[in-house]
Design a protein around this ligand. Structure first.
Ligand code: PHE
Ligand code: ZN
Length: 875
């Protein structure tokens, strides 16, 4: 907590540690209000200077330097301890006491459902003991856990169990040893009365690894999918990356109170239960996919994050961008790469693009921070993954894997930088990748302006590209691969023939598909023998995280949507058509003129829906309307109500014009087979539920929607029906919501969905609904999932409610954020997101949003998490 301007950390100030920790022995005597931590470190001097250890909110009991009490010589302040040590090599033994029961920030050692659990990334270890809490200090950990046996059946920490036994007074102990050197952010301890599910995995080199998932006893039936996902992850990492697991045991623990998705602690991953627990009645396809992806993500960190870690937190994207890229590829290989790519692009555009255009915009390698927790962002993760994908696109799978191998050869067991990663990629392939640096240090989404010039006499087509960054005086051009093709006016692919001069920068991947290598701010690519009226297919596969500008006609978009060989481009073309339609309607509504739906939109939508050869999942994604947030992004000033109105109008138009087809598709996709998490069923449900959402607009299909709800077939279908009922105020929606609650009141994750459903429904009483839910007995500010499902969803997705003209939406959220800041600063800071975009609204709303931010910032005791975001977005 801070009153004066807090300390800012800069990348340029990086200095290696003056001391190393060769090994550390930790002993925990667990007790809810007084846990005693004994920390013995074998230390060694590496450079001149006093010993400075990080430590926060610790009760210091004793400090022994080689057995001698030196507590009196220690200078203690709120961030740590300083001690002048003359020795080169010494043992420092520090005893502290902490109160896990009162730890509502969920960082360090805390309690969740009467169990003990730790969260140390980024800087939580300093809330457990005094330490060199920085990722470049690697040490070998041994951990002894002592606790009451009846309340803590399992005592877990990193590595292998080397000893355990009973003690007096009903206590017992366990000793864990982790042979791999690690930074303290990867430390973990868990204790409590959990239940476990066991399995094994045999590695490619024939070792048997024990797999254990720990959950609360009531959840024991919901672990199967997580275990399957873990085994698939282990196998995939062996097959695709040649990476094998390196301990005898791998454990996952699911907890209900967790600030993030999950954490890759060495050998003992701790998960938000949302990313472990599933059964068809309680979890949707999206949940199943999320579990598989997050289990993969955390498992993949064992190599990209743990074996090779970050030198400092400015390098976070080194492990996160790379590991997100890996989990994206994993999901793509498990399900459909085309569908996964579109899902990821949609997420990037709806969440990361706005972040990059707002006051918190930062490069994937930030240059400074006040609170590191604020930099676990869409930019570092998702844009970071896009940048890793650029290497993959440029080098190909084989070249990329060569780079990965060299990276591990050089850096296994080290804490390194994004530069080291780039060097490995470049050296393994004998290429120069220095220009990639510009992606790491510049913020903002690049604009890519493309124009064409066709010479009918020579039949040459010139494609001119110009790249730029918004608000950047000192722009450095980036290395951009642009996936490219040409369609003739019938939609047939054109054989690509770059001119001699262009050939050096055009890499042909097939006769009809190329990658244009853009390295300059302005650059042209010329093709020969191009038929008249050829249509360029640009940025295939979304080959770079940019905003593409090109003057397609509606007819050209319709052609691309129907015919391009690249599924991303087909999707994108249709989305652009739909977006244009919404925008035209917005303009018409704003100037009170009439506007009719263009016929080509209906025609292409009809033909896509009729195309039986296309994956139904792709059809569904192509015919889903662009998200409201993404539409808002297109405007300097966002007119929330009109955009919502235009969006609803287009939905109703597509519903009306294609009613018969939606019905056919719906009935074609209905499937009574038992739920399975597989590609075909997921795709079928996706298309069926899209059809249902359109049919739900029309009152004559109310019974169909109700029927799907009542069938209670699986959560994907139940939720789709319920969502549609709420959106269109189905006469039975209140009753359905009530029955849903009664059925699932004991299942936290389903009740989160119940809160979300209501918080996201946009209508005139959205605010009152949300306010009433704040008073519900199941609402609590201390559970991050619950906070996200109600307040996070309301402020991010309920645009109509949050941006109410009278400011009551802002006021309610501001009050909750202030209360939450006193309990859990990390989550409070995250909830500020929607407020930071105040510049995008009309003057009256701007003023109200700024007032809310100011009020939050002025709170006595404001956390540095909230301070950083509120102050930067007001500046
Ligand atoms: N490192 C975690 C991941 O990406 C995220 C995380 C960060 C979890 C900080 C907790 C705290 O998998
Ligand atoms: Zn991660």
């Amino acid at each position: 907590m801070t009153q004066t301007a807090p300390h800012v950390n800069y990348l340029k100030d990086y200095q290696p540690s003056a001391f190393s920790i060769e090994s550390v022995y930790l002993e925990f005597e667990l007790s809810p209000l007084a846990t005693r931590v004994t920390n013995s470190m074998q230390m060694q001097r590496q450079a001149k200077g006093d010993l400075r250890l990080d430590g926060e909110n610790l009760k210091l009991i004793s400090v022994l330097l080689d057995g001698e009490e030196v507590i009196e010589q220690c200078q203690i302040d709120e961030a740590g301890l300083t001690l002048a040590v003359a020795k080169e090599k010494f043992t420092l033994r520090i005893v502290t006491e902490i109160e896990p029961q009162n730890n509502t920030a969920l960082e360090g050692l805390y309690r969740t459902s009467d169990n003990y659990c730790t969260q140390c990334e980024a800087e939580g270890f300093r809330k457990i003991t005094y330490y060199l809490d920085r990722p470049d200090v690697l040490s070998v950990f041994t951990t002894k856990v002592i606790a009451d046996k009846s309340e803590n059946r399992f005592l877990l920490a990193n590595g292998n169990l080397v000893d355990s036994g009973d003690l007096d007074n009903g206590k017992h102990f366990a000793v864990w040893q982790d042979p791999h050197k690690k930074p303290c952010y990867l430390f973990a301890l868990v204790a409590g009365n959990l239940e476990k599910v066991e399995d094994t995995f045999t590695t490619a080199d024939g070792r048997e690894v024990k797999l254990e998932i720990f959950v609360e006893p009531r959840n024991i039936e919901k672990c199967e999918h997580a275990m399957e996902s873990l085994k698939k992850s282990m196998k995939w990492d062996e097959e695709r990356f040649g990476l094998l697991y390196d301990l005898d045991i791998f454990m996952i623990v699911a907890v209900d109170d967790f600030n993030m998705g999950a954490m890759e602690n060495k050998g003992l991953n701790v998960f938000n239960s949302k990313f472990v627990l599933a059964k068809p009645e309680t979890a949707t396809d999206i949940d199943y996919e999320g579990i598989e992806a997050v289990i993969g993500h955390e498992y993949f960190h064992n190599w990209t994050g743990n074996r090779v870690t970050c030198r400092d937190w400015f390098q976070l994207t080194l492990k996160e961008g790379l590991t997100v890229f890996r989990d994206q590829e994993f999901t793509a290989d498990m399900l459909s790469s085309a569908v996964k790519r579109i899902e990821d692009v949609r997420r990037l555009r709806s969440n990361q693009f706005p972040e990059d255009a707002g006051p918190m915009s930062h490069p994937i390698q930030p240059q400074s921070y006040i609170e590191m927790n604020n930099f676990y962002t869409m930019t570092v993760y998702e844009k970071g993954a896009e940048v890793v994908r650029l290497y993959h696109t440029l080098l190909g799978e084989t070249g990329f894997q060569k780079g990965m191998q060299l990276y591990f050869e050089r850096h296994d067991g080290q804490a390194v930088t994004v530069q080291d990663f780039r060097n490995a990629m470049a050296d393994a392939n004998g290429v120069n990748l220095e220009q990639m640096h510009n992606w790491y240090v510049q913020s903002g989404t690049p604009n890519l302006e493309v124009t064409r010039n066709y010479d009918a006499v020579t039949q040459k087509l010139t494609i001119s590209c110009q790249q730029s960054l918004p608000n950047s005086d000192d722009f450095q051009p980036m290395l951009m691969p642009i996936g490219f093709g040409l369609l003739d006016k019938e939609g047939e692919p054109v054989t690509l023939e770059p001119t001699f001069e262009s050939a050096a920068n055009v890499e042909l991947r097939s006769d009809t598909h190329a990658v244009l290598k853009l390295t300059q701010a302005q650059q042209s690519f010329v093709f020969e023998d191009v038929p008249a009226d050829a249509v360029p297919s640009l940025l295939r596969g979304f080959s770079a995280p940019v905003k593409l500008h090109f003057d397609y006609s509606n007819q050209e978009l319709a052609l691309l949507a129907a015919k391009d060989e690249d599924s991303f481009v087909r999707w994108e073309a249709m989305q652009t058509l739909l977006l244009r339609t919404v925008q035209a309607k917005v303009a018409a509504l704003q100037s009170c003129i009439d506007y009719q739906l263009p016929s080509e939109v209906i025609e292409v939508a009809r033909s896509l829906l009729a195309a039986k050869e296309i994956d139904p999942a792709l059809v569904a994604m192509t015919l889903s309307l662009p998200e409201l947030g993404y539409i808002g992004e297109q405007y300097e000033v966002v007119d929330v109500d009109t955009i919502y109105q235009a969006h609803s109008w287009l939905e109703a138009e597509l519903a009306n014009h294609m009613q018969g087809q939606w019905l056919d598709v719906y009935h074609r996709c209905v499937n009574d087979a038992p739920y399975q998490y597989d590609k075909a069923q997921i795709a079928e449900r996706m298309l069926k539920n899209l059809a249902l959402s359109y049919l739900g607009v029309l009152s004559e299909h109310q019974s169909l929607v109700l029927k799907q709800y009542q069938a209670q077939h699986n959560m994907t279908d139940v939720l789709a029906a319920l969502k549609t009922m709420l959106k269109h105020q189905h006469p039975r929606s209140v009753e359905a919501l009530q029955s849903f609650y009664e059925r699932w009141q004991d299942d936290n994750l389903v009740i989160d969905k119940w809160f979300t459903l209501q918080a996201q429904t946009q209508n005139d009483h959205a605010l009152q609904t949300t306010q009433a839910l704040l008073q519900h007995k199941d609402f609590s500010l201390t559970n991050p999932n619950r906070v996200r499902s109600l307040l996070g969803v309301f402020s991010r997705l309920n645009l109509v409610g949050f941006h109410r003209a009278d400011g009551a939406g802002y006021q309610m959220c501001a009050e909750q954020i202030m209360q939450l800041d006193a309990l859990n600063p990390q989550i409070a800071a995250r909830l500020l997101g929607p407020f930071t975009h105040w510049k995008r609204y009309d003057e009256k709303r701007q003023q109200m949003m700024r007032n809310a931010l100011q009020q939050i910032l002025d709170r006595k005791g404001v956390s540095k998490d909230v301070y950083e975001i509120a102050s930067k977005s007001l500046a």
